[in-house]
Design a protein around this ligand. Structure first.
Ligand code: PHE
Length: 476
């Protein structure tokens, strides 16, 4: 099958566009706020570097060497009789599940672009009331914007990798970076910047617990778009000559840099006007609009830039959530791209309607079970269970199933022998135990108190195994 290829810059922008999303600008600041700031940020950075970066290279490698949709790539790269691995490719489905709520949240952002122009809330009370009203009562408004998000996302995917996804990222990503840079410069000059800096980078270790650590791992996957074949599917269209390590490093660097910039900027604005950092998901929809209102004229401009930038970030991620299933349906069932896109698109659109209804007063009770509503369930299941599981499968596949020589060949120019050995070690012995422990915890099978001891035991065991391999490998 002939696939249109990205240019090198096009790929970097598209992969960064996928990674930089609501996770960076909406979710990261509020979970950092909820978990006390500095210490959490440090754990998150460490996870991104050790686990995220390692898995990013592995995921890119599967796509780059497979040159097919996710299912096809696993099938093709698994040595004989391991055809079952093709089922790992179905992790692409996670993207459709994420999209069911992602599209609804993009809808909220559209609504806040309009609110900026019409009337920003003048007090926290008013802001809480209007956000609450949107979520719990205003079905029509949410439905309208969810539909708009669905139409935009799907019509871009319909145009394909080159004239849809690559082109969109060529335009929106530079604009997003400019918007954030401009707003950041403004924030740096405010008095509260140093307080925000301290909040983000001076760790208070008493605030960190196992729960925060587990949240950090889950978020690292979500924010880097790992574990559900977005990066894999894009990588099937990589240009032939590309350095996977460098490319991963740039994408991880951009994603992390933008999350930190967004966090610093938001906390500066919030602290400047005495708002609370630990407001949860409502942070950018409740606290922030009030701060923008208090800033006066410049606040309206900042608010407009902020929500437009957030919409750009969300849309460039959303297309990457849809593309894996679309590519799969095209490859497997020979459907035209337009049909495949609308088929996969209608899935997230329709389930998305139930998602938004789950937050409403009218239907909330009917769409809740086990102490969570449908919206929170899907958010939890995808980010906390399915993405780490997808990441684990990729690490195991590249680390233990694909022959070492084949992997080394795929990365021949990208890494020195030593660099390769280090990455391979991390993929085999550091990433899997960490992900298994985190997933067991997420599923409630081990308590938070046990996490630390389990980490220690797991790493002692894998250390011994790795050392054994090293010795036996050194012999031949
Ligand atoms: N990385 C995106 C964000 O931070 C979300 C995403 C997850 C996109 C998984 C693709 C795959 O918002």
């Amino acid at each position: 099958m002939k696939i249109a290829r990205f240019t090198q810059l096009g790929f970097i922008l598209a992969a960064a566009g996928s990674a930089v999303g609501l996770g960076n600008i909406w979710k990261f600041p509020y979970i950092a706020g909820e978990n006390g700031g500095g210490a959490f940020v440090l754990v998150y950075l460490l996870t991104v570097l050790v686990i995220g970066f390692t898995v990013m290279i592995a995921e890119m490698l599967i796509g780059y060497m497979g040159r097919l949709d996710a299912v096809g790539a696993f099938e093709k790269l698994a040595p004989d009789n391991k055809g079952k691995w093709k089922f790992a490719g179905f992790m692409g489905f996670t993207g459709l599940l994420i999209l069911t709520f992602y599209s609804v949240v993009i809808g909220w952002i559209f609504h806040y672009i309009v609110i900026t122009v019409t009337s920003l809330p003048t007090s926290v009370k008013e802001a809480e009331a209007s956000f609450g009203q949107l979520l719990t009562v205003d079905i029509g408004t949410q439905l309208f914007y969810h539909t708009l998000a669905f139409l935009i996302i799907t019509s871009i995917v319909v145009r394909g990798i080159k004239s849809g996804i690559e082109k969109m990222n060529y335009i929106l990503m530079p604009m997003l970076i400019l918007i954030l840079a401009g707003m950041f410069l403004y924030a740096v000059n405010l008095d509260a910047f140093s307080k925000a800096w301290e909040f983000m980078f001076v760790p208070d270790w008493s605030k960190i617990d196992s729960e925060a650590m587990v949240t950090a791992v889950g978020h690292a996957f979500f924010t880097l778009s790992l574990g559900m074949a977005s990066i894999l599917t894009y990588s099937a269209s990589l240009p032939k000559e590309i350095n996977l390590k460098k490319t991963s490093l740039i994408v991880v660097g951009l994603d992390t840099g933008i999350a930190l910039v967004a966090g610093l900027m938001l906390f500066t604005f919030l602290f400047e006007y005495g708002a609370e950092p630990s407001k949860g998901p409502g942070l950018v929809f409740i606290s922030l609009p009030v701060v923008f209102y208090e800033m006066g004229g410049v606040g309206t401009l900042l608010s407009l830039l902020f929500f437009v930038g957030l919409a750009f970030a969300g849309l460039t991620s959303a297309v990457s959530l849809l593309e894996p299933m679309v590519q799969y349906v095209i490859d497997r069932f020979g459907l035209s791209r337009i049909r495949a896109a609308f088929l996969a698109g209608s899935f997230f659109y329709i389930i998305g309607i139930f998602m938004l209804l789950a937050n409403t007063d009218e239907f909330g009770a009917a769409l809740s079970f086990g102490g969570k509503n449908l919206f929170d369930w899907i958010d939890f299941l995808t980010a906390s269970v399915m993405l780490p599981l997808g990441g684990l499968l990729m690490a195991l596949f590249v680390g233990f199933v694909m022959p070492r020589t084949q992997i080394r060949a795929g990365l021949k120019d990208a890494m020195s022998e030593r660099g390769f050995a280090l990455w391979y070690l991390s993929l085999r012995y550091i990433v899997p135990p960490a992900l298994i422990i985190v997933m067991l915890n997420m599923l409630g099978m081990i308590s938070f108190d046990l996490i630390m001891p389990m980490f220690i035991v797991a790493y002692m065991i894998t250390g011994i195994i790795a050392y054994g391999h090293h010795i036996s490998g050194a012999k031949n």
